[in-house]
Design a protein around this ligand. Structure first.
Ligand code: ADP
Length: 614
Protein backbone atom coordinates (compact mmCIF):
# COMPACT_ATOMS: atom_id res chain seq x y z
CA UNK A 1 0.00 0.00 0.00
CA UNK A 2 1.28 3.39 -0.85
CA UNK A 3 -0.02 6.80 0.22
CA UNK A 4 0.80 9.69 -2.04
CA UNK A 5 0.09 13.37 -1.95
CA UNK A 6 -1.59 15.15 -4.81
CA UNK A 7 0.36 17.88 -6.55
CA UNK A 8 -0.48 21.40 -5.41
CA UNK A 9 -2.45 22.22 -8.55
CA UNK A 10 -4.57 19.13 -8.12
CA UNK A 11 -5.26 19.93 -4.48
CA UNK A 12 -6.38 23.39 -5.50
CA UNK A 13 -8.72 22.03 -8.16
CA UNK A 14 -10.09 19.40 -5.84
CA UNK A 15 -10.77 22.01 -3.23
CA UNK A 16 -12.70 24.10 -5.75
CA UNK A 17 -14.57 21.12 -7.10
CA UNK A 18 -15.63 19.77 -3.73
CA UNK A 19 -16.68 23.19 -2.47
CA UNK A 20 -18.19 24.44 -5.68
CA UNK A 21 -21.79 25.50 -5.81
CA UNK A 22 -21.90 24.46 -9.42
CA UNK A 23 -25.46 23.42 -10.12
CA UNK A 24 -24.85 21.22 -13.13
CA UNK A 25 -22.99 18.53 -11.24
CA UNK A 26 -24.20 15.87 -13.67
CA UNK A 27 -21.33 16.71 -16.01
CA UNK A 28 -19.09 14.47 -13.88
CA UNK A 29 -20.55 11.63 -15.93
CA UNK A 30 -19.72 13.30 -19.23
CA UNK A 31 -16.12 13.67 -18.08
CA UNK A 32 -15.73 10.09 -16.90
CA UNK A 33 -17.44 8.66 -19.99
CA UNK A 34 -15.26 10.83 -22.18
CA UNK A 35 -12.15 9.46 -20.46
CA UNK A 36 -13.46 5.92 -20.91
CA UNK A 37 -14.06 6.62 -24.59
CA UNK A 38 -10.56 8.03 -25.01
CA UNK A 39 -9.16 4.92 -23.34
CA UNK A 40 -11.06 2.74 -25.83
CA UNK A 41 -9.84 4.88 -28.74
CA UNK A 42 -6.28 4.53 -27.54
CA UNK A 43 -6.57 0.77 -27.18
CA UNK A 44 -7.98 0.44 -30.66
CA UNK A 45 -5.34 2.69 -32.11
CA UNK A 46 -2.43 0.93 -30.41
CA UNK A 47 -4.00 -2.38 -31.37
CA UNK A 48 -3.55 -1.45 -35.01
CA UNK A 49 0.17 -1.26 -34.49
CA UNK A 50 0.90 -4.17 -32.18
CA UNK A 51 -0.85 -7.45 -31.65
CA UNK A 52 0.19 -8.35 -28.11
CA UNK A 53 -2.40 -6.25 -26.25
CA UNK A 54 -4.69 -8.01 -23.82
CA UNK A 55 -7.84 -8.79 -25.74
CA UNK A 56 -11.45 -8.07 -24.91
CA UNK A 57 -14.24 -10.61 -24.74
CA UNK A 58 -17.13 -9.45 -26.89
CA UNK A 59 -17.47 -5.94 -28.24
CA UNK A 60 -15.63 -3.21 -26.40
CA UNK A 61 -18.02 -0.91 -24.55
CA UNK A 62 -18.60 1.43 -21.63
CA UNK A 63 -20.90 0.13 -18.89
CA UNK A 64 -22.59 2.19 -16.20
CA UNK A 65 -24.08 0.55 -13.13
CA UNK A 66 -25.49 1.89 -9.94
CA UNK A 67 -26.59 0.65 -6.54
CA UNK A 68 -29.14 2.94 -4.95
CA UNK A 69 -28.92 1.25 -1.54
CA UNK A 70 -25.16 1.47 -1.34
CA UNK A 71 -25.19 4.90 -3.01
CA UNK A 72 -22.58 4.00 -5.63
CA UNK A 73 -22.07 4.39 -9.37
CA UNK A 74 -19.54 2.42 -11.41
CA UNK A 75 -18.30 3.36 -14.88
CA UNK A 76 -16.40 0.56 -16.53
CA UNK A 77 -14.57 0.43 -19.86
CA UNK A 78 -12.50 -2.02 -21.92
CA UNK A 79 -9.96 0.63 -22.81
CA UNK A 80 -6.21 0.86 -22.56
CA UNK A 81 -6.25 0.89 -18.74
CA UNK A 82 -3.66 2.32 -16.41
CA UNK A 83 -0.42 0.85 -15.13
CA UNK A 84 0.69 1.85 -11.63
CA UNK A 85 3.02 4.48 -13.05
CA UNK A 86 0.33 5.85 -15.32
CA UNK A 87 -2.16 6.00 -12.48
CA UNK A 88 0.10 8.11 -10.32
CA UNK A 89 1.13 10.23 -13.26
CA UNK A 90 -2.37 10.89 -14.61
CA UNK A 91 -4.48 10.76 -11.49
CA UNK A 92 -2.26 12.71 -9.15
CA UNK A 93 -0.97 15.49 -11.28
CA UNK A 94 -2.60 17.66 -13.86
CA UNK A 95 -1.76 15.90 -17.03
CA UNK A 96 -3.03 17.69 -20.05
CA UNK A 97 -5.86 19.06 -22.07
CA UNK A 98 -9.11 19.69 -20.27
CA UNK A 99 -8.02 19.87 -16.69
CA UNK A 100 -4.90 21.88 -17.23
CA UNK A 101 -6.79 24.37 -19.38
CA UNK A 102 -9.15 24.79 -16.46
CA UNK A 103 -6.30 25.37 -14.03
CA UNK A 104 -4.75 27.93 -16.34
CA UNK A 105 -8.05 29.70 -16.84
CA UNK A 106 -8.39 30.04 -13.11
CA UNK A 107 -4.90 31.41 -12.73
CA UNK A 108 -5.00 33.75 -15.67
CA UNK A 109 -8.45 35.12 -15.57
CA UNK A 110 -9.42 34.60 -11.99
CA UNK A 111 -12.81 33.67 -13.35
CA UNK A 112 -15.66 32.28 -11.41
CA UNK A 113 -14.77 28.59 -11.14
CA UNK A 114 -18.41 27.56 -11.15
CA UNK A 115 -18.85 28.89 -14.66
CA UNK A 116 -15.58 27.38 -15.81
CA UNK A 117 -16.42 23.92 -14.54
CA UNK A 118 -19.29 23.66 -16.98
CA UNK A 119 -17.30 25.09 -19.82
CA UNK A 120 -14.27 22.84 -19.61
CA UNK A 121 -15.19 20.16 -17.24
CA UNK A 122 -12.43 19.35 -14.84
CA UNK A 123 -11.79 15.92 -16.19
CA UNK A 124 -11.45 13.03 -13.85
CA UNK A 125 -11.48 15.27 -10.78
CA UNK A 126 -15.06 16.35 -11.40
CA UNK A 127 -16.03 12.97 -9.88
CA UNK A 128 -15.46 14.63 -6.51
CA UNK A 129 -18.34 17.02 -7.12
CA UNK A 130 -20.62 14.11 -6.29
CA UNK A 131 -18.41 11.50 -4.62
CA UNK A 132 -16.89 11.34 -1.16
CA UNK A 133 -14.67 8.53 -2.30
CA UNK A 134 -13.48 7.41 -5.73
CA UNK A 135 -11.98 4.00 -6.44
CA UNK A 136 -10.25 3.25 -9.73
CA UNK A 137 -9.55 -0.38 -10.52
CA UNK A 138 -7.57 -0.80 -13.67
CA UNK A 139 -5.76 -3.41 -15.71
CA UNK A 140 -3.59 -2.07 -18.50
CA UNK A 141 -3.94 -3.62 -21.95
CA UNK A 142 -0.18 -3.75 -22.17
CA UNK A 143 1.12 -7.29 -21.65
CA UNK A 144 2.85 -8.12 -18.35
CA UNK A 145 1.41 -5.11 -16.53
CA UNK A 146 -0.08 -5.56 -13.07
CA UNK A 147 -3.53 -4.34 -12.21
CA UNK A 148 -3.94 -1.51 -9.71
CA UNK A 149 -6.38 0.07 -7.32
CA UNK A 150 -6.31 3.84 -6.82
CA UNK A 151 -8.45 5.31 -4.08
CA UNK A 152 -9.00 8.82 -2.76
CA UNK A 153 -11.43 10.96 -0.81
CA UNK A 154 -10.46 14.01 -2.84
CA UNK A 155 -8.51 15.52 0.04
CA UNK A 156 -4.75 15.64 0.30
CA UNK A 157 -3.78 12.49 -1.49
CA UNK A 158 -4.55 8.98 -2.66
CA UNK A 159 -3.68 5.35 -2.06
CA UNK A 160 -2.23 3.16 -4.75
CA UNK A 161 -2.28 -0.63 -4.25
CA UNK A 162 -2.06 -3.82 -6.28
CA UNK A 163 -5.39 -4.86 -7.68
CA UNK A 164 -7.12 -8.03 -8.73
CA UNK A 165 -8.83 -6.94 -11.95
CA UNK A 166 -8.06 -9.40 -14.73
CA UNK A 167 -9.99 -7.91 -17.61
CA UNK A 168 -8.28 -5.16 -19.50
CA UNK A 169 -9.79 -1.72 -18.86
CA UNK A 170 -10.87 0.44 -15.98
CA UNK A 171 -13.74 0.49 -13.51
CA UNK A 172 -14.30 3.72 -11.61
CA UNK A 173 -16.58 3.49 -8.58
CA UNK A 174 -18.00 6.60 -6.96
CA UNK A 175 -19.28 6.48 -3.40
CA UNK A 176 -21.80 9.29 -3.62
CA UNK A 177 -21.98 12.15 -1.15
CA UNK A 178 -25.17 12.43 0.85
CA UNK A 179 -26.22 15.43 -1.20
CA UNK A 180 -25.71 13.54 -4.48
CA UNK A 181 -27.46 10.26 -3.86
CA UNK A 182 -30.04 11.09 -6.53
CA UNK A 183 -27.50 10.17 -9.20
CA UNK A 184 -27.66 6.49 -8.19
CA UNK A 185 -30.69 5.97 -10.38
CA UNK A 186 -30.70 4.26 -13.77
CA UNK A 187 -33.24 6.57 -15.34
CA UNK A 188 -31.37 9.63 -14.20
CA UNK A 189 -28.12 8.18 -15.55
CA UNK A 190 -29.72 7.36 -18.89
CA UNK A 191 -30.95 10.92 -19.25
CA UNK A 192 -27.54 12.34 -18.48
CA UNK A 193 -25.81 10.05 -20.96
CA UNK A 194 -28.21 10.96 -23.74
CA UNK A 195 -27.79 14.61 -22.97
CA UNK A 196 -24.02 14.79 -22.85
CA UNK A 197 -22.53 11.67 -24.38
CA UNK A 198 -24.76 10.64 -27.23
CA UNK A 199 -21.92 10.95 -29.71
CA UNK A 200 -19.39 8.90 -27.90
CA UNK A 201 -18.49 6.41 -30.61
CA UNK A 202 -18.56 3.41 -28.28
CA UNK A 203 -21.71 1.75 -26.95
CA UNK A 204 -22.61 2.96 -23.47
CA UNK A 205 -24.87 0.48 -21.70
CA UNK A 206 -27.06 0.78 -18.63
CA UNK A 207 -28.85 -2.39 -17.43
CA UNK A 208 -27.45 -4.20 -20.47
CA UNK A 209 -29.11 -1.91 -23.00
CA UNK A 210 -27.28 0.60 -25.15
CA UNK A 211 -28.20 4.17 -24.29
CA UNK A 212 -26.29 6.36 -26.74
CA UNK A 213 -26.49 6.46 -30.51
CA UNK A 214 -22.75 5.99 -31.01
CA UNK A 215 -22.78 6.68 -34.68
CA UNK A 216 -20.39 8.62 -36.84
CA UNK A 217 -22.81 11.15 -38.28
CA UNK A 218 -20.07 12.49 -40.54
CA UNK A 219 -20.27 9.25 -42.52
CA UNK A 220 -23.98 9.77 -43.10
CA UNK A 221 -25.51 11.80 -45.84
CA UNK A 222 -26.22 15.36 -44.65
CA UNK A 223 -29.91 14.87 -45.43
CA UNK A 224 -30.05 12.13 -42.78
CA UNK A 225 -28.44 14.25 -40.10
CA UNK A 226 -30.65 16.43 -37.95
CA UNK A 227 -29.80 19.90 -36.73
CA UNK A 228 -29.75 18.49 -33.23
CA UNK A 229 -27.22 15.83 -34.21
CA UNK A 230 -24.91 18.48 -35.57
CA UNK A 231 -25.22 20.62 -32.48
CA UNK A 232 -24.63 17.65 -30.21
CA UNK A 233 -21.53 16.70 -32.14
CA UNK A 234 -20.33 20.27 -32.00
CA UNK A 235 -20.75 20.44 -28.25
CA UNK A 236 -19.05 17.10 -27.91
CA UNK A 237 -15.92 18.08 -29.86
CA UNK A 238 -15.69 21.72 -28.84
CA UNK A 239 -16.89 21.62 -25.22
CA UNK A 240 -18.69 24.83 -26.11
CA UNK A 241 -22.10 25.29 -24.53
CA UNK A 242 -23.40 27.50 -27.31
CA UNK A 243 -24.61 26.38 -30.70
CA UNK A 244 -22.11 26.66 -33.55
CA UNK A 245 -22.28 29.76 -35.72
CA UNK A 246 -22.08 27.81 -38.96
CA UNK A 247 -20.83 24.45 -40.27
CA UNK A 248 -20.01 22.45 -43.36
CA UNK A 249 -20.44 18.76 -43.90
CA UNK A 250 -18.23 17.38 -46.65
CA UNK A 251 -18.29 13.90 -48.12
CA UNK A 252 -15.48 13.54 -50.61
CA UNK A 253 -15.71 10.38 -52.62
CA UNK A 254 -13.34 10.94 -55.53
CA UNK A 255 -9.68 9.97 -55.60
CA UNK A 256 -9.38 11.65 -52.25
CA UNK A 257 -11.79 10.05 -49.82
CA UNK A 258 -12.82 11.62 -46.58
CA UNK A 259 -15.80 12.75 -44.52
CA UNK A 260 -15.68 15.90 -42.50
CA UNK A 261 -17.86 18.16 -40.44
CA UNK A 262 -16.32 21.48 -39.54
CA UNK A 263 -17.83 24.07 -37.24
CA UNK A 264 -17.19 27.75 -36.65
CA UNK A 265 -17.98 28.77 -33.07
CA UNK A 266 -20.10 31.80 -32.25
CA UNK A 267 -17.38 33.44 -30.28
CA UNK A 268 -13.66 33.22 -29.91
CA UNK A 269 -12.52 30.47 -27.59
CA UNK A 270 -10.74 32.40 -24.87
CA UNK A 271 -7.62 30.26 -25.15
CA UNK A 272 -7.23 31.02 -28.84
CA UNK A 273 -4.43 33.53 -28.38
CA UNK A 274 -2.36 31.29 -26.23
CA UNK A 275 0.73 29.74 -27.70
CA UNK A 276 -0.26 26.27 -26.52
CA UNK A 277 -3.77 26.54 -27.95
CA UNK A 278 -4.74 23.22 -29.46
CA UNK A 279 -6.74 23.12 -32.65
CA UNK A 280 -10.12 21.51 -32.13
CA UNK A 281 -10.30 19.23 -35.13
CA UNK A 282 -10.25 15.51 -34.42
CA UNK A 283 -8.82 13.11 -36.96
CA UNK A 284 -10.31 9.64 -37.47
CA UNK A 285 -9.54 6.71 -39.66
CA UNK A 286 -12.68 4.73 -40.41
CA UNK A 287 -14.23 5.74 -37.14
CA UNK A 288 -11.09 5.21 -35.06
CA UNK A 289 -9.86 8.37 -33.46
CA UNK A 290 -6.24 8.95 -34.38
CA UNK A 291 -5.65 12.50 -33.17
CA UNK A 292 -7.53 14.70 -30.71
CA UNK A 293 -6.04 17.90 -32.02
CA UNK A 294 -5.10 17.68 -35.68
CA UNK A 295 -3.45 21.06 -35.90
CA UNK A 296 -2.26 20.57 -39.45
CA UNK A 297 -5.57 19.61 -40.98
CA UNK A 298 -6.56 23.27 -41.23
CA UNK A 299 -4.21 26.22 -41.75
CA UNK A 300 -3.37 28.36 -38.74
CA UNK A 301 -5.64 31.16 -39.86
CA UNK A 302 -8.55 28.74 -39.37
CA UNK A 303 -7.40 27.58 -35.95
CA UNK A 304 -10.76 28.52 -34.39
CA UNK A 305 -12.49 25.78 -36.42
CA UNK A 306 -13.51 22.58 -34.64
CA UNK A 307 -14.96 19.33 -35.91
CA UNK A 308 -14.03 15.92 -37.20
CA UNK A 309 -12.24 14.61 -40.27
CA UNK A 310 -12.33 10.91 -41.10
CA UNK A 311 -10.42 9.35 -43.97
CA UNK A 312 -9.85 5.66 -44.77
CA UNK A 313 -6.63 6.56 -46.58
CA UNK A 314 -4.63 7.85 -43.63
CA UNK A 315 -1.28 6.19 -43.29
CA UNK A 316 -1.12 4.78 -39.78
CA UNK A 317 2.29 3.19 -40.21
CA UNK A 318 3.92 6.51 -39.47
CA UNK A 319 4.14 8.34 -36.17
CA UNK A 320 1.36 10.72 -35.27
CA UNK A 321 3.66 13.70 -35.83
CA UNK A 322 4.61 12.60 -39.31
CA UNK A 323 1.06 11.54 -40.14
CA UNK A 324 0.08 15.17 -40.43
CA UNK A 325 2.82 15.84 -42.98
CA UNK A 326 1.74 13.06 -45.34
CA UNK A 327 0.51 14.01 -48.83
CA UNK A 328 -2.96 12.71 -48.07
CA UNK A 329 -3.38 14.97 -45.05
CA UNK A 330 -1.98 17.88 -47.04
CA UNK A 331 -4.49 17.20 -49.80
CA UNK A 332 -7.38 17.01 -47.35
CA UNK A 333 -6.24 20.24 -45.78
CA UNK A 334 -6.28 21.99 -49.11
CA UNK A 335 -9.82 20.85 -49.87
CA UNK A 336 -11.11 21.68 -46.42
CA UNK A 337 -9.65 25.16 -46.61
CA UNK A 338 -11.15 25.83 -50.01
CA UNK A 339 -14.56 24.46 -49.09
CA UNK A 340 -14.71 26.34 -45.82
CA UNK A 341 -13.69 29.66 -47.36
CA UNK A 342 -16.24 29.21 -50.12
CA UNK A 343 -18.85 28.41 -47.54
CA UNK A 344 -18.01 31.60 -45.69
CA UNK A 345 -18.23 33.58 -48.90
CA UNK A 346 -21.70 32.11 -49.44
CA UNK A 347 -22.68 33.10 -45.91
CA UNK A 348 -21.45 36.60 -46.64
CA UNK A 349 -23.73 36.83 -49.67
CA UNK A 350 -26.81 36.00 -47.62
CA UNK A 351 -28.58 39.10 -46.52
CA UNK A 352 -31.26 37.69 -44.29
CA UNK A 353 -29.05 37.03 -41.30
CA UNK A 354 -25.94 38.54 -39.83
CA UNK A 355 -23.95 35.34 -39.50
CA UNK A 356 -21.13 36.66 -41.61
CA UNK A 357 -20.97 39.96 -39.73
CA UNK A 358 -20.72 38.07 -36.50
CA UNK A 359 -18.09 35.82 -38.01
CA UNK A 360 -16.05 38.75 -39.20
CA UNK A 361 -16.20 40.51 -35.86
CA UNK A 362 -15.00 37.43 -34.02
CA UNK A 363 -12.53 35.94 -36.48
CA UNK A 364 -11.78 38.47 -39.23
CA UNK A 365 -8.62 39.47 -37.46
CA UNK A 366 -7.35 35.89 -37.55
CA UNK A 367 -8.41 35.29 -41.13
CA UNK A 368 -6.30 38.26 -42.20
CA UNK A 369 -3.19 36.40 -41.07
CA UNK A 370 -3.88 34.05 -43.96
CA UNK A 371 -3.57 36.89 -46.45
CA UNK A 372 -0.44 38.25 -44.91
CA UNK A 373 1.17 34.80 -44.99
CA UNK A 374 -0.56 33.68 -48.15
CA UNK A 375 -0.83 30.33 -46.47
CA UNK A 376 -1.93 27.55 -48.78
CA UNK A 377 -2.56 29.76 -51.80
CA UNK A 378 -5.90 30.81 -50.42
CA UNK A 379 -5.28 34.51 -50.89
CA UNK A 380 -7.79 34.99 -53.66
CA UNK A 381 -10.59 33.42 -51.67
CA UNK A 382 -9.57 35.30 -48.54
CA UNK A 383 -9.51 38.68 -50.27
CA UNK A 384 -13.20 38.29 -51.06
CA UNK A 385 -13.89 37.73 -47.38
CA UNK A 386 -12.22 40.93 -46.21
CA UNK A 387 -14.43 43.56 -44.64
CA UNK A 388 -13.53 47.09 -43.57
CA UNK A 389 -15.16 50.19 -42.33
CA UNK A 390 -14.85 53.16 -44.64
CA UNK A 391 -15.09 56.91 -44.50
CA UNK A 392 -18.67 56.58 -45.75
CA UNK A 393 -19.94 53.35 -44.21
CA UNK A 394 -21.05 54.78 -40.90
CA UNK A 395 -19.56 52.01 -38.83
CA UNK A 396 -20.73 49.17 -41.09
CA UNK A 397 -18.18 47.07 -42.95
CA UNK A 398 -17.95 46.57 -46.69
CA UNK A 399 -16.04 44.32 -49.06
CA UNK A 400 -13.45 45.30 -51.65
CA UNK A 401 -16.03 44.46 -54.26
CA UNK A 402 -18.46 46.98 -52.75
CA UNK A 403 -15.70 49.54 -52.63
CA UNK A 404 -14.88 49.01 -56.25
CA UNK A 405 -18.49 49.24 -57.31
CA UNK A 406 -18.78 52.57 -55.52
CA UNK A 407 -15.81 54.19 -57.29
CA UNK A 408 -16.38 57.74 -58.53
CA UNK A 409 -15.62 59.18 -61.96
CA UNK A 410 -11.93 59.86 -62.33
CA UNK A 411 -10.99 57.61 -59.42
CA UNK A 412 -8.37 55.18 -60.66
CA UNK A 413 -7.41 53.44 -57.46
CA UNK A 414 -9.02 51.96 -54.38
CA UNK A 415 -7.78 54.05 -51.49
CA UNK A 416 -7.08 52.91 -47.98
CA UNK A 417 -5.85 54.50 -44.82
CA UNK A 418 -3.92 52.39 -42.32
CA UNK A 419 -3.83 53.83 -38.85
CA UNK A 420 -4.06 52.11 -35.51
CA UNK A 421 -5.30 55.39 -34.09
CA UNK A 422 -9.01 54.56 -34.16
CA UNK A 423 -10.11 57.73 -32.39
CA UNK A 424 -8.56 60.11 -34.85
CA UNK A 425 -8.90 58.18 -38.06
CA UNK A 426 -12.12 59.79 -39.25
CA UNK A 427 -10.94 63.33 -38.77
CA UNK A 428 -7.42 62.91 -40.13
CA UNK A 429 -6.39 65.80 -42.42
CA UNK A 430 -5.02 63.35 -45.04
CA UNK A 431 -8.62 62.42 -45.79
CA UNK A 432 -9.83 65.95 -46.50
CA UNK A 433 -9.16 65.80 -50.24
CA UNK A 434 -10.91 62.44 -50.48
CA UNK A 435 -13.95 63.72 -48.69
CA UNK A 436 -14.08 66.73 -50.99
CA UNK A 437 -14.00 64.43 -54.03
CA UNK A 438 -16.53 62.11 -52.36
CA UNK A 439 -14.13 59.17 -52.72
CA UNK A 440 -14.70 56.38 -50.23
CA UNK A 441 -11.58 55.32 -48.31
CA UNK A 442 -11.08 52.02 -46.47
CA UNK A 443 -10.18 52.53 -42.86
CA UNK A 444 -7.70 49.87 -41.79
CA UNK A 445 -7.24 50.10 -38.05
CA UNK A 446 -6.00 46.64 -37.21
CA UNK A 447 -2.19 46.30 -36.95
CA UNK A 448 -2.29 43.25 -39.22
CA UNK A 449 -3.87 45.45 -41.90
CA UNK A 450 -0.44 46.86 -42.72
CA UNK A 451 0.54 43.40 -43.86
CA UNK A 452 -2.76 42.82 -45.58
CA UNK A 453 -2.29 46.06 -47.53
CA UNK A 454 1.21 45.01 -48.56
CA UNK A 455 -0.07 41.64 -49.73
CA UNK A 456 -2.98 42.97 -51.75
CA UNK A 457 -1.55 45.45 -54.27
CA UNK A 458 -4.64 45.29 -56.46
CA UNK A 459 -8.21 44.09 -56.47
CA UNK A 460 -9.85 42.86 -59.64
CA UNK A 461 -7.50 44.90 -61.81
CA UNK A 462 -7.71 48.10 -59.76
CA UNK A 463 -4.67 49.12 -57.73
CA UNK A 464 -4.96 49.68 -53.98
CA UNK A 465 -3.21 52.82 -52.79
CA UNK A 466 -2.48 54.24 -49.39
CA UNK A 467 -3.73 57.76 -48.75
CA UNK A 468 -0.53 58.26 -46.80
CA UNK A 469 1.81 57.72 -49.71
CA UNK A 470 -0.07 57.82 -52.98
CA UNK A 471 -0.11 61.27 -54.49
CA UNK A 472 -3.66 62.32 -54.94
CA UNK A 473 -4.14 63.50 -58.54
CA UNK A 474 -4.62 67.23 -58.66
CA UNK A 475 -8.12 68.37 -59.30
CA UNK A 476 -8.14 68.54 -63.05
CA UNK A 477 -9.35 72.05 -63.42
CA UNK A 478 -7.67 74.21 -60.82
CA UNK A 479 -9.65 77.41 -60.82
CA UNK A 480 -7.76 80.64 -61.38
CA UNK A 481 -7.74 81.39 -57.71
CA UNK A 482 -6.09 78.08 -56.82
CA UNK A 483 -3.60 78.46 -59.62
CA UNK A 484 -2.67 81.86 -58.29
CA UNK A 485 -2.43 80.56 -54.72
CA UNK A 486 -0.12 77.78 -55.84
CA UNK A 487 2.14 80.18 -57.71
CA UNK A 488 2.27 82.40 -54.64
CA UNK A 489 3.08 79.53 -52.32
CA UNK A 490 5.81 77.93 -54.40
CA UNK A 491 8.74 80.05 -53.12
CA UNK A 492 7.55 79.57 -49.53
CA UNK A 493 7.50 75.82 -50.00
CA UNK A 494 10.97 75.77 -51.52
CA UNK A 495 12.29 77.84 -48.62
CA UNK A 496 10.58 75.60 -46.08
CA UNK A 497 12.08 72.55 -47.77
CA UNK A 498 15.54 73.88 -47.00
CA UNK A 499 14.62 75.06 -43.52
CA UNK A 500 13.15 71.70 -42.50
CA UNK A 501 15.53 69.46 -44.41
CA UNK A 502 16.65 67.66 -41.28
CA UNK A 503 13.08 67.17 -40.02
CA UNK A 504 11.32 65.87 -43.10
CA UNK A 505 12.26 64.27 -46.42
CA UNK A 506 10.39 66.82 -48.45
CA UNK A 507 8.01 69.76 -48.26
CA UNK A 508 5.52 69.90 -51.11
CA UNK A 509 2.27 71.39 -52.35
CA UNK A 510 -0.78 69.46 -51.26
CA UNK A 511 -3.84 68.63 -53.25
CA UNK A 512 -5.38 66.57 -50.43
CA UNK A 513 -6.18 69.34 -47.95
CA UNK A 514 -9.21 71.56 -47.69
CA UNK A 515 -9.38 72.76 -44.08
CA UNK A 516 -5.94 72.16 -42.62
CA UNK A 517 -2.88 74.24 -43.47
CA UNK A 518 -0.49 71.28 -43.44
CA UNK A 519 -0.29 67.51 -43.15
CA UNK A 520 2.37 64.85 -42.79
CA UNK A 521 2.29 61.91 -45.18
CA UNK A 522 4.59 58.97 -45.77
CA UNK A 523 7.37 58.93 -48.31
CA UNK A 524 6.65 56.47 -51.06
CA UNK A 525 8.81 53.37 -50.77
CA UNK A 526 9.90 54.12 -47.20
CA UNK A 527 8.56 52.49 -44.06
CA UNK A 528 5.17 53.94 -43.21
CA UNK A 529 4.55 55.84 -40.00
CA UNK A 530 1.77 53.45 -38.97
CA UNK A 531 4.04 50.47 -39.49
CA UNK A 532 6.73 52.20 -37.48
CA UNK A 533 4.28 52.71 -34.69
CA UNK A 534 3.17 49.08 -34.72
CA UNK A 535 6.73 47.79 -34.69
CA UNK A 536 7.68 50.14 -31.87
CA UNK A 537 4.65 49.03 -29.87
CA UNK A 538 5.88 45.46 -30.34
CA UNK A 539 9.32 46.51 -29.08
CA UNK A 540 10.95 45.96 -32.43
CA UNK A 541 14.00 47.86 -33.58
CA UNK A 542 12.96 50.19 -36.38
CA UNK A 543 16.21 51.94 -37.21
CA UNK A 544 16.12 55.63 -38.07
CA UNK A 545 12.60 57.08 -37.91
CA UNK A 546 10.40 56.89 -40.95
CA UNK A 547 11.00 59.83 -43.26
CA UNK A 548 7.87 61.92 -43.68
CA UNK A 549 6.72 64.40 -46.27
CA UNK A 550 5.17 67.71 -45.17
CA UNK A 551 2.40 68.87 -47.45
CA UNK A 552 1.22 72.46 -47.46
CA UNK A 553 -2.26 73.67 -48.39
CA UNK A 554 -1.90 76.65 -50.73
CA UNK A 555 -5.55 77.60 -50.22
CA UNK A 556 -5.32 78.01 -46.47
CA UNK A 557 -5.46 81.61 -45.23
CA UNK A 558 -2.46 81.19 -42.93
CA UNK A 559 -0.35 79.73 -45.72
CA UNK A 560 -1.42 82.50 -48.04
CA UNK A 561 -0.38 85.17 -45.57
CA UNK A 562 2.97 83.49 -45.00
CA UNK A 563 3.50 83.16 -48.75
CA UNK A 564 2.82 86.83 -49.24
CA UNK A 565 5.15 87.87 -46.42
CA UNK A 566 7.84 85.54 -47.76
CA UNK A 567 7.45 86.92 -51.25
CA UNK A 568 7.79 90.43 -49.81
CA UNK A 569 11.11 89.38 -48.24
CA UNK A 570 9.87 89.55 -44.65
CA UNK A 571 12.19 88.19 -41.96
CA UNK A 572 11.27 86.21 -38.86
CA UNK A 573 9.03 83.66 -40.58
CA UNK A 574 10.91 80.66 -39.24
CA UNK A 575 8.73 80.03 -36.15
CA UNK A 576 5.64 80.09 -38.38
CA UNK A 577 7.15 77.62 -40.81
CA UNK A 578 8.07 75.32 -37.96
CA UNK A 579 4.61 75.66 -36.48
CA UNK A 580 3.15 74.31 -39.71
CA UNK A 581 5.17 71.17 -39.06
CA UNK A 582 4.11 71.14 -35.39
CA UNK A 583 0.51 71.48 -36.46
CA UNK A 584 0.74 68.48 -38.78
CA UNK A 585 2.33 66.41 -35.99
CA UNK A 586 -0.31 67.38 -33.46
CA UNK A 587 -3.08 66.47 -35.91
CA UNK A 588 -1.57 62.97 -35.92
CA UNK A 589 -1.71 62.87 -32.17
CA UNK A 590 1.99 63.09 -31.51
CA UNK A 591 4.55 65.81 -31.08
CA UNK A 592 8.23 64.89 -31.21
CA UNK A 593 9.56 68.16 -29.83
CA UNK A 594 7.09 69.51 -27.23
CA UNK A 595 9.64 71.91 -25.69
CA UNK A 596 10.54 73.48 -29.02
CA UNK A 597 6.83 73.76 -29.76
CA UNK A 598 6.08 75.49 -26.46
CA UNK A 599 8.93 77.96 -27.13
CA UNK A 600 7.66 78.74 -30.61
CA UNK A 601 4.13 79.18 -29.42
CA UNK A 602 5.21 81.51 -26.63
CA UNK A 603 7.21 83.67 -28.98
CA UNK A 604 4.23 83.92 -31.28
CA UNK A 605 1.80 84.75 -28.53
CA UNK A 606 4.10 87.47 -27.32
CA UNK A 607 4.21 88.89 -30.81
CA UNK A 608 0.47 88.70 -31.24
CA UNK A 609 -0.20 90.33 -27.88
CA UNK A 610 2.30 92.99 -28.74
CA UNK A 611 0.60 93.82 -32.03
CA UNK A 612 -2.79 93.91 -30.30
CA UNK A 613 -1.45 96.56 -27.96
CA UNK A 614 -0.01 98.54 -30.81
P1 ADP B 1 -7.84 14.71 -19.58
O1 ADP B 1 -8.79 13.62 -19.93
O2 ADP B 1 -8.33 16.06 -19.96
O3 ADP B 1 -6.44 14.45 -20.02
P2 ADP B 1 -8.47 13.91 -16.92
O4 ADP B 1 -8.20 14.55 -15.61
O5 ADP B 1 -9.89 13.66 -17.26
O6 ADP B 1 -7.75 14.81 -17.99
O7 ADP B 1 -7.75 12.51 -16.99
C1 ADP B 1 -6.37 12.45 -16.74
C2 ADP B 1 -5.76 11.25 -17.42
O8 ADP B 1 -6.09 10.06 -16.70
C3 ADP B 1 -6.23 10.97 -18.82
O9 ADP B 1 -5.55 11.77 -19.75
C4 ADP B 1 -5.88 9.50 -18.96
O10 ADP B 1 -4.51 9.35 -19.27
C5 ADP B 1 -6.13 8.97 -17.57
N1 ADP B 1 -7.45 8.34 -17.48
C6 ADP B 1 -8.57 8.84 -16.95
N2 ADP B 1 -9.60 7.99 -17.05
C7 ADP B 1 -9.13 6.88 -17.67
C8 ADP B 1 -9.68 5.61 -18.09
N3 ADP B 1 -10.98 5.32 -17.90
N4 ADP B 1 -8.86 4.73 -18.69
C9 ADP B 1 -7.56 5.02 -18.88
N5 ADP B 1 -6.98 6.18 -18.54
C10 ADP B 1 -7.73 7.10 -17.93
Amino acid sequence: MEHRRFEADVRQILHLVTHSLYSDREIFLRELVSNASDALDKARFIGLQRDDLRSVEGDPSIRIECDADAGTITIEDDGIGLTADEASEHLGTIARSGTSAFADALKEKGENPDALIGQFGVGFYSAFMVAEEVTVESCSALPDSESIVWKSDGGEGYELTKGSREKRGTAITLKLRDDAKEFADNDALRTIVRKHSDFVPWPITIEDAQVNRAKAIWAQSPSEVSEEDYTDLYKHVSMDWQEPLTRIHIRAEGTLQFNAILFVPQSRPWQLDRLDYKVGVQLFQKGVKVLDHADNIVPRFLRFVTGVVDSPDLDLNVSREILQQTPIVQAIRKQLTKKLLKHLAAEAKKEDDNIYDQFWTEFGHILKEGIAEDAGNSKELLVELLRFETTQSDGATISLQDLKEGMEEGQEALWYYTSVDKDRIHSAPVLEGFKKRDWEVLLMTDPVDEWVAMSVPEYDGTPLKSVLTGELPEDEADDDETKKAKDEARPLITWMGELLSTDVAEVRMSSRLTDSPSVLVDKEGAMGSNMERILKAANQQVGPGAQRVLEINPNHALVQTLARLNNDGAAGLEPFARLLLDHASIAEGKLDDPQGFAGRLQALMAKAADSMGA
